[in-house]
Design a binder for this molecule. Structure first.
Ligand code: FES
Length: 103
């Protein structure tokens, strides 16, 4: 059953920053863009590139391996060589805790 799990404290992810956390054997990249939080799997669908290490332009992350682009708001692939969306996760803040829906 899907449930929210604690992944970090809010003060660990200030605006402009990103974190990589492990949730149930998956690496998830979480981003704070101007106070809005987003979470996607930290694995490019082209060839497993570590997306959190890529350049972020607005809400667009550029894979550091071969340059595919994804929208971090929902994981939509925006440019080749990747052709498949990356999974995204619901994320919420409860008090000072950042939580991601996992299931
Ligand atoms: S691994 Fe990301 S573009 Fe190739």
């Amino acid at each position: 059953m899907a449930e929210y799990v604690h992944v970090a404290r809010l003060d660990e992810l200030p605006p402009g920053e990103r974190l990589v956390v492990e949730i149930r054997r998956r690496w998830v990249a979480i981003f704070n863009v101007d106070g809005q939080l987003y979470a996607i799997e930290d694995r490019c669908t082209h060839d497993d590139g570590p997306l959190a290490e890529g350049e972020l332009k607005g809400c667009e992350i550029i894979c550091p391996r071969h340059g595919a682009r994804f929208d971090i708001r929902d994981g939509t692939v925006l440019s080749a060589p990747a052709l498949v969306n990356v999974p995204s996760y619901e994320i919420r803040v409860v008090g000072e805790d950042i939580q991601i829906k996992s299931g």
